[in-house]
Design a protein around this ligand. Structure first.
Ligand SMILES: Nc1ncnc2c1ncn2[C@@H]1O[C@H](COP(=O)(O)OP(=O)(O)OP(=O)(O)O)[C@@H](O)[C@H]1O
Ligand SMILES: [Mg+2]
Length: 259
């Protein structure tokens, strides 16, 4: 069932058409990705979905509700979506206390300070929080201060905090950026555990990172969608091959494709 749809959306910056008449939809529980070269318009399109930008033309729907003009906060409050870029960690608190705060921020309206003074300790054993520690492999890091985590561990925590809000759609713009190979595998592994239960859209520059993970790939180039489907299907698409050198694929794949 379709959960989310952008219809003919266009976003201009002055004379530049960053997103050009793009139509895109997500089905419930799908794990989809948008890839493309630098400046293809991926982040701009992502920002149209989150509400950071309003399209100059076109509409965005969540199920049957038009949300084109809703702010990011309105969309988050509706439970439509969540992106870890909108989630901030408290670096001098522990992993578990960050999760407690994220949980309450999502489910109650108490002030953070009040929460922290009165209730943080009592909720460290909350069922949902315990479960998320397990799912995101954060159990051993539970009492570690966030500032002492590696970038990969911190990214796992950020996604875990995002998931505590139980968003209908999890939107991730370059969740693997800056991570070492082993950390990339760890992040993909925890996302894999959400498959079939969570709608996930990942925007990624490097297709090599996500080609085995995504169920459906959409390729953007110069503001437009030029191909859609499985990895092989996309990579053999004439328009993708034409703009191919601009898409950041790893050396191994490009050697294979070139031979
Ligand atoms: N706020 C802005 N103001 C003006 N131009 C912008 C703005 N944001 C993006 N652009 C331009 O829009 C085009 C699309 O940029 P966008 O960031 O969406 O690309 P991208 O596909 O995310 O690229 P990357 O892979 O580098 O992240 C680029 O030409 C960029 O310079
Ligand atoms: Mg980008």
């Amino acid at each position: 069932m379709e959960i989310f749809r952008a219809s003919n959306v266009t976003k201009r910056f002055g004379a530049l058409v960053a997103v050009n008449n793009v139509s895109y939809s997500l089905r419930e529980h799908e794990v989809a990705g948008i890839i493309g070269s630098n400046g293809a318009g991926k982040t701009t399109f992502f920002n149209l979905l989150t509400g950071m930008f309003t399209p100059d033309e076109g509409t965005i729907h969540y199920r049957d509700v038009e949300i084109t003009h809703e702010t990011p906060q309105q969309r988050v409050t509706r439970g439509v979506m969540r992106t870890f870029q909108l989630t901030s960690t408290f670096d001098n608190l522990t992993v578990i206390d960050n999760l407690v705060l994220a949980y309450f921020r999502a489910h109650r309206k108490a002030s953070l300070l009040q929460l922290f003074l009165n209730t943080c300790k009592q909720h460290r054993n909350n069922e949902k929080i315990t479960a998320i520690l397990e799912t995101f492999d954060l159990k051993d890091l539970r009492d570690r201060e966030v500032r002492n985590l590696s970038l990969g561990e911190k990214r796992r925590l950020e996604i875990a905090m995002t998931m505590l809000a139980e968003p209908k759609v999890l939107l991730l713009d370059e969740p693997l950026a800056g991570l070492a190979e082993s950390e990339i595998q760890a992040v993909l592994e925890i996302l894999r555990r959400q498959m079939g239960r969570q709608t996930i859209l990942i925007v990624e520059h490097k297709i090599s990172h996500v080609k085995d993970f995504l169920q459906r790939i959409t390729v953007m180039h110069e503001g437009s969608i030029i191909a859609e489907g499985g990895y092989d299907e996309c990579m053999s698409h004439p328009e993708v091959r034409r703009s191919y050198w601009q898409i950041d694929i790893d050396a191994e794949t490009s050697a294979e494709a070139g031979s």
